[in-house]
Each structure stands twice: as C-alpha cells, then as structure tokens.
Write a protein that binds this ligand. Structure first.
Ligand code: BGC
Length: 296
C-alpha cells in the first residue's frame, strides 16, 4: 500500500481559534501567516475538492495568499446545502481576519462542469449538484458576489498567470490529480473551459479511475505502476491535442520527482508552481475579472 496521502500538504500547522462558530460539527483548520496591515486589492478563493474545502484571501496583484489558509473536510454527503454552509463559515472567518470589503468577489473552484453559474455534472460530489444554480445560492449565503468555475480551470488560470505557464504560447494543459483528474486547456494563454478529459474512456472506463491521485492510493499502487497509468492517459491526450506542455497540479505535484521522470509523452511535463494553492488563487482571480467585466 502506498503510504503517502495526496492531501499530505494539507496537514494542519496550527488549529484555528475557537470562535462562536466552532461549535458546529467540523472545525476549520488554519495554516500560514496572519495578514499584515498593508493595503491590498483582495479577493477570496475557495477550492472545493472531494475530500477538503480550502479557502484564503488572495492578493489580486501578486497572486499570493494573504493571511491564513483555511481547510475543512468536505461534508459527506456533499450536497449543496452542506457545502454552502461550510463555505459560508469560512468566508465569515476571512471577513473578520482580513477585513474583507462586502463587495469583494468570491471565486469558487468546483469539481464539475460549470456553465453560467450552474453546476452541470457531479462525478465526485453529491448528484444533487447537477443543474444546481450555484452562483445565486452562494451569493445569498455569503452576501458577496460569487463566481463558480471548474476547479481545474481555476488552477490553470493561476498557473498561466503566476506559475509554470507564464509566457507559454500554443497548446498547454493543466492536469490536476486529486480525487478525480481535472483538465484545463489553454491556447496562447486563452482558456477553453470545461474540458472533461478525466472522463475520456481508456480501457473501457473513465480515465480518472486510473490516473487520479486517489486511484494510486485506492489501488495501493507503487509510484512506478501509477506513473504508467497516468502516462497512458497523457499519451491519449497528446494523441488528440498535441500540446507543447503539461503542467501537473494537485497535492501530488509536490512529489513530482516520483512520477514525472517516468512519463514518456513528447511534450514537456512540469509540476504546477503554485502546487496545491493554484485552485484558490485562480478562483479568486477569475471571480474578480468577472466582477470587473460586469462593472461591479
Ligand atoms: C470532474 C471535473 C474536475 C476533476 C478534478 C472530475 O471528476 O468531472 O470537473 O475538474 O474531477 O476535480
């Protein structure tokens, strides 16, 4: 059994303080450095995953996390009401912590197809998210403008702006490996949203059932054996799209040396520079750009 957990970078460094909301079922765990008083343009990024929900304030000019990074386990079942309640609690905490403006937009990276604020699929979350009007529900719950975006698209946006994709032209993929396998496609830096290559069929089933980070743990595979499965998925993508570069994100990107050297695709393959924070940063940026476009 492989003993590393793909979420090991989420290990708490310090416990969040016991505020009035801590009586609720799950505790928000915080890590990082408290915010200083410097004036900044702030947004909030939330990254909803199959096992955890992470949130932080983000400096929109530098892409850096500001203050503490909060994490709660994803409620099970992960129905909209429970997930939204967790996000609301985290946003309230961030409001107190960094003095968030009520008009500050919140970006939420979510593991589904997201079209016009409506979640359209639910591979690794509760099926009641299918056709759920997520933007308005989260706006009502938080009191902020909210923009929900596919989680891999969010991570890709951040990597292209601040990470491994900076200045990269042509076809570039961000592949996130976590509970599922997410994919984001960029051409000359422009996102083509909602690509779902985790669900392309390989050996008669969803490719993510073998290539996701969770698949390595679930099947008790060595890094070598799992790298071969991931390689098969990337080769299939390469055959169809001929990308120049694959950027690999998700918690497992921290262990890049264990699997990237074993991959045989022709394209360059590099780990995400923002590691597991890319989803938070990209969601915040995408929300702010959307708010600006709307003239908010
Ligand atoms: C979902 C995608 C998501 C990916 C990574 C897949 O199962 O269908 O929408 O981006 O997992 O979380």
């Amino acid at each position: 059994m492989a003993k590393d957990d793909e979420h090991d970078d989420d290990a708490p460094e310090s416990e969040g303080s016991n505020d009035d909301e801590a009586a609720e079922s799950e505790k928000i765990v915080a890590s990082g450095v408290p915010a200083d008083d410097r004036p900044r343009r702030l947004g909030v990024g939330v990254d909803v995953g199959g096992s955890g929900i992470k949130a932080s304030a983000v400096d929109l000019d530098t892409g850096e996390l500001v203050g503490l990074r909060h994490r709660v386990p994803t409620p099970q079942p992960s129905a909209p009401e429970a997930v939204i309640a967790s996000i609301r609690r985290m946003v309230k905490k961030l409001e107190k912590e960094v003095g968030l403006d009520p008009a500050a937009p919140i970006g939420v990276g979510f593991p589904a197809v997201v079209v016009d604020g409506v979640t359209k699929s639910a591979a690794n979350v509760d099926p009641s998210w299918i056709d759920f009007e997520a933007d308005p529900a989260l706006e009502r719950a938080t009191g902020h403008p909210v923009f929900v975006i596919n989680d891999a698209d969010a991570a890709g946006v951040a990597e292209m702006r601040y990470g491994a994709g900076v200045g990269q032209k042509g076809t570039v993929f961000l592949i996130t490996l976590g509970t599922g396998t997410g994919s984001a496609l960029f051409y000359d830096g422009m996102l083509v949203p909602n690509l779902e290559l985790g669900h392309m069929e390989i050996r008669g089933r969803d490719a993510e059932k073998r290539s996701a980070s969770a698949a390595r743990l679930r099947r008790g595979l060595s890094w070598k054996a799992w790298a071969a499965d991931l390689d098969e998925h990337l080769l299939a993508i390469e055959k169809l799209f001929s990308p120049r570069l694959f950027i690999i994100g998700g918690g497992v990107s921290k262990r890049a040396e264990k699997f990237i050297p074993r991959l045989t695709v022709k394209a360059d393959v590099v780990p995400a520079k923002l590691l597991n924070d890319a989803g938070i940063v990209g969601a915040a940026m995408a929300a702010t750009e959307r708010a600006t476009a709307r003239g908010a």
